[in-house]
Design a protein around this ligand. Structure first.
Ligand code: NAD
Length: 369
């Protein structure tokens, strides 16, 4: 029995509501069969919020997001909203959530289910059983540093962005990575470019200091980010937790994600500072977007969103065993041959619908009891 586990669900646009309906089945299952009761509320974000309120995130929804233990978001955006002013585009709703919740640690797992190893562009033995976690700093670095802009200089223009990190910004994301590693294989690799960037030198020093002072039990290594990219393709299973800055994390997490196959399989979490009850501020969401090309057709793969809920069980609600049960149920369903269209070739027969995949996962959860 958990106390006060509050969850705000924001299905959003396109396939968001379709995949979230399957997460609802899983939440109901945990309530009925494992006595995990969530206080669930639901609200609007993205284009649907704009349609109703003229803004992609109403202030009341923002306030709710700051109160709950975890936010679970589907996806935002779609062609209907492409012509809107930048300030009210659906994506601004998501950016506002990330900013006001101060979610500085972005967790992107790259996990390869055995049944899908053939889907990777790498050899099967390189990716089968892969389970790594990239922790990307999300609220600072070159995407935010000043000065920035395009300026006149002599008789030409110059484009400027500034990589800037304070010690405290590095310190807090390093702690997130070490804490995570302790729940996994106790190994962190920190990636930067200390060979050519001063911010990289500081990054390396601070990560090492946090390690030596508070996490000496965790195995720590440092790697230049370009070498890290190469190693991710050569032998990704050498890594457990990778911690890196905003820019390198953006690139490395996308590259690592594709080791595992379909976009429909990739969850994510963005975590902030601990709240008064000790739980971190947290937003969980699939990596994919609103997929307007398949929205409303029952074709979407709900697994990325369901795996995002598994991350919430593990990182917000301290239910690691139940998260593992859910991941095992997904593994079992895939091993049984269950496939939505994104996990099949054109000659592979009839795909499952979104809700059939959700039902199959619920049945596998039943079988796990
Ligand atoms: P997308 O992720 O929506 O789709 C890319 C391709 O992957 C499409 O062919 C789609 O059908 C497929 N796909 C995505 N998720 C799938 C799933 N669960 N099951 C099966 N197939 C899936 O990216 P896009 O097409 O570049 O963007 C569409 C809209 O989504 C845009 O408005 C974009 O701004 C928005 N977007 C939102 C987010 C977010 O909410 N976090 C992220 C990316 C893009």
């Amino acid at each position: 029995m958990m106390s006060n586990a509050s969850l705000l669900i924001l299905p959003g646009d396109g396939i968001g509501p379709e995949v979230m309906a399957e997460v609802r089945k899983i939440i109901d299952w945990y309530g009925a069969k494992r006595n995990l009761q969530f206080d669930v509320s639901e609200d609007l974000v993205g284009g649907v919020a704009y349609d109703k309120h003229g803004t992609p995130l109403h202030d009341d929804t923002m306030a709710k997001a700051l109160e709950v233990d975890a936010v679970l978001l589907g996806a935002v955006g779609g062609p209907k909203y492409d012509a809107l002013d930048f300030s009210v585009k659906p994506e601004r709703g998501l950016l506002r959530l990330r900013k006001e919740m101060d979610l500085f640690a972005n967790l992107r797992p790259a996990q390869c289910f055995d049944a899908l190893a053939d889907f990777s562009s790498l050899k099967k033995d390189v990716v089968a059983g892969l389970d790594i976690m990239i922790v990307r700093e999300l609220t600072s670095g070159i995407y935010f540093g000043e000065p920035r802009g395009i300026f006149e200089e002599g008789n030409e223009r110059v484009g400027i962005n500034t990589q800037r990190y304070t010690e405290s910004e590095i310190d807090r994301v390093a702690r997130s990575a070490f804490e995570l590693a302790r729940r996994r294989s106790n190994k962190v690799c920190s990636m930067e470019k200390a060979n050519v960037m001063e911010s990289g030198i500081l990054w390396r020093e601070v990560v090492q200091k946090v390690h030596d002072e508070d996490y000496p039990d965790v195995e720590l290594s440092h790697m230049y980010a370009d070498a890290g990219a190469m190693q991710l393709c050569r032998w990704p299973k050498q890594f457990d937790v990778i911690v890196t800055d905003n820019l390198f994390g953006d690139l490395l997490s996308d590259a690592a994600a594709m080791l595992t196959g379909s976009l429909g399989m990739l969850p994510s979490a963005s975590l902030g500072a601990p709240m008064a009850n000790g739980r971190p501020k947290a937003l969980y969401e699939p990596v994919h977007g609103s997929a307007p090309d398949i929205a409303g057709q029952g074709k979407a793969n709900p697994i990325a969103c369901i795996l995002s809920f598994a991350m919430a069980l593990r990182y917000s609600f301290d239910q690691g065993d139940e998260a593992a049960r859910l991941e095992a149920a997904i593994e079992a369903v895939l091993a049984d041959g269950a496939r939505t269209a994104d996990l099949m070739g054109p000659e592979d027969g009839t795909p499952m619908s979104t809700s059939e995949m959700g039902d199959a996962i619920v049945a596998a959860l039943d079988a796990s009891l």
